[in-house]
Design a protein around this ligand. Structure first.
Ligand code: PA5
Length: 448
C-alpha cells in the first residue's frame, strides 16, 4: 500500500475502544457518500469518487496532445484560476517536480499561476515576462464567472492578441470550464478556444484529477497516466466503511473524536518543502468542506524543520487545542551524504557518512516524541515516495477522508455558501449593475 495511516502516536489520546465506538457513525457517513437518494446532502457532487475509473478517455488524450503542443510552442504557460481551479495543479507540480520548478526544469515551459489574487504587482510581473517570450494560457473556471481569473484572463488575452493576432491568440488559449454554460464557455465557443470540461458533479476543490489539474500537470512533463493509476488503486483500496481498517474512515473518525475532545486546530505537517502547496490544497479541501454551520476543525499547516524555528514554541507549549497530521515519505527524491571534515571546525563530524534524509528523519522522530510528550496528538500518514503514482493515491485518500469526515460532522462537505458573502460585497463596492442598493448600505459602513 502506497499510503498508510499510523495510529501509534495518537493512541494515547484516542483508544481503540473510542475508535471502534464510531463504527456506526462512520458507516452512516460512508453511506451518505454513496447515497443515490434524490436531495441527499451533497449527492450531486459525488462524481470525484469514481473519477479514476470513470473519466473521458477521449478528453484525456486531448489533454496530453494539448500539453505536448504547449511544451513545443511555448516558453511560458500562464495558468489562470483560483481556489479549486488553481491549488491542485500547482501542488502536484511542486510535489512531483520541485517548488523551484521554473528554475530547475530546463526543458519545460515555465509555469506561472495568476488570477489567484487581485494584486496588480503580481499580474504586471508575469505580463512583463510574457511580453518577451512565446506563451500560452490555460484559463480555468468552473463557473466561468469568478472575478479574479476573469480579470486576469482579460489582460493576458489582450497581450496574446497583440502578439499573435486574434486567430493566433485563440490557438494559444485553452479553456477549462463547464461543459455547457458560463461566460467562459460562451467566449470559448465564440472565439474557438480548445475547451476541457469540469464535470457537473465534481466541485472545484475535488477537481484536481479532471482537466482542471491534468492539463497544467501534463504541460509540466508529469506522467498523468501514473497519477490516475495511483488514484485508481486508492479507490479500490478504500472501498469499504470499516472504521478499523479503511484508513480514510480511521482518519475521519480520529479527526472527529479529537474535535469532540477540544482539538479544533489541525496542523498538517511535512518535512519536505516541495509539499508546501499540497498543504495549501489540503487547507482548502478540508476548510471549505467542513467549516460551516459554525462547526469544523481549522486546517492549518507547517513545514518542518523550518517552522519549528517560528511556530515550534507554540506547538510545544501553547494552548492545547492542536493536533498534528504528519505526512512522511519513506524515500527522499534524492539524497546527500555528509562528508567528514579534517578540521571539524563546526563540530559536525559526528554526522560524517550520514545522509541528509537520515538527519531529516531524526528531526521528525525527535519532534514527534517532543510534541506528543507536550500533549499534541500526532496522526502519521506514511507515503512511499514523492512521485506521480503516490500523489494520485494520496489525493484520493485525502479527498475521501475529507468527505467521510464532513458527513460525520453533520455538514454538507460539498457546498461553500460562505464564499459568496465577500463576493457580493465586492461587486457592490465595485459598482456592478444589480448591486446598487447594497452598495449604498455598504458605503456607509466603509471607512473613508
Ligand atoms: O472549491 C471551490 O468550489 C472554489 O474554491 C472554487 O474552486 C473557486 O472559487 C473558483 O471557482 P471557479 O472555478 O468557478 O472560478
Amino acid at each position: 500500500m502506497s499510503v498508510k495511516l499510523n495510529r501509534k502516536y495518537v493512541s494515547r489520546f484516542v483508544g481503540d475502544d473510542e475508535l471502534f465506538a464510531e463504527k456506526d457513525a462512520v458507516r452512516e457517513a460512508y453511506e451518505q457518500l454513496y447515497s443515490k437518494k434524490e436531495n441527499a446532502l451533497g449527492s450531486d457532487f459525488h462524481g470525484w469518487l469514481n473519477l479514476p475509473e470513470n473519466y473521458s478517455r477521449e478528453e484525456f488524450e486531448r489533454i496530453k496532445k494539448a500539453a505536448e503542443k504547449i511544451r513545443k510552442n511555448s516558453d511560458v504557460l500562464v495558468v489562470i484560476g483560483i481556489g479549486g481551479s488553481y491549488l491542485g495543479a500547482r501542488a502536484a507540480i511542486e510535489f512531483c517536480k520541485s517548488k523551484n520548478y521554473n528554475i530547475v526544469e530546463k526543458n519545460s515551459p515555465k509555469i506561472f499561476f495568476v488570477g489567484n489574487s487581485l494584486s496588480p504587482t503580481e499580474i504586471s510581473e508575469v505580463l512583463a515576462i510574457c511580453e518577451n517570450c512565446d506563451f500560452s494560457v490555460n484559463v480555468i473556471s468552473k463557473s466561468g464567472t469568478t472575478t479574479e481569473p476573469a480579470v486576469a484572463f482579460r489582460l493576458f488575452k489582450a497581450l496574446l492578441v497583440k502578439k499573435y493576432g486574434k486567430d493566433g491568440a485563440s490557438e494559444r488559449i485553452y479553456a477549462t470550464t463547464d461543459k455547457h454554460k458560463g461566460t467562459l464557455k460562451e467566449m470559448a465557443d465564440k472565439d474557438g478556444y480548445e475547451t476541457f470540461v469540469v464535470p457537473d458533479d465534481v466541485g472545484g476543490r475535488f477537481s484536481v484529477l479532471t482537466a482542471v489539474g491534468l492539463l497544467p500537470i501534463a504541460a509540466a512533463g508529469i506522467d498523468i497516466d501514473a497519477l490516475m493509476k495511483g488514484a485508481y488503486d486508492a479507490m479500490k483500496q478504500y472501498d469499504n466503511s470499516d472504521v478499523m481498517t479503511n484508513d480514510c474512515c480511521v482518519y475521519a473518525a480520529l479527526r472527529n473524536i479529537l474535535y469532540k475532545k477540544g482539538k479544533n486546530v489541525e496542523l498538517m505537517v511535512s518535512y519536505e518543502p516541495d509539499y508546501t502547496m499540497m498543504n495549501e490544497w489540503f487547507k482548502q479541501l478540508f476548510g471549505e468542506s467542513e467549516g460551516k454551520d459554525h462547526k469544523g476543525i481549522y486546517p492549518s499547516s507547517v513545514v518542518y524543520s523550518t517552522d519549528l524555528h517560528s511556530l515550534g514554541q507554540y506547538v510545544q507549549e501553547g494552548k492545547r487545542q492542536l493536533f498534528e497530521t504528519v505526512v512522511i515519505f519513506d524515500e527522499p527524491k534524492c539524497d546527500i551524504t555528509i562528508e567528514a571534515d579534517e578540521t571539524d571546525g563546526d563540530g559536525l563530524n559526528f554526522l560524517a557518512g550520514k545522509t541528509m534524509s537520515f538527519v531529516n528523519r531524526k528531526a521528525f522522530e525527535g519532534t514527534l516524541l517532543a510534541h506528543t510528550d507536550g500533549d499534541v496528538p500526532n496522526i502519521i500518514i506514511e507515503v512511499s515516495k514523492m512521485d506521480e503514482y503516490n500523489l494520485g493515491y494520496l489525493i484520493y485518500f485525502l479527498e475521501k477522508s475529507c468527505a467521510v469526515s464532513g458527513y460525520m460532522l453533520g455538514v454538507n462537505p460539498f457546498n461553500q455558501p460562505g464564499v459568496e458573502s465577500y463576493k457580493k460585497n465586492m461587486f457592490a463596492l465595485l459598482g456592478k449593475p444589480g448591486y446598487e442598493e447594497m452598495a449604498e448600505e455598504l458605503s456607509k459602513r466603509i471607512l473613508s
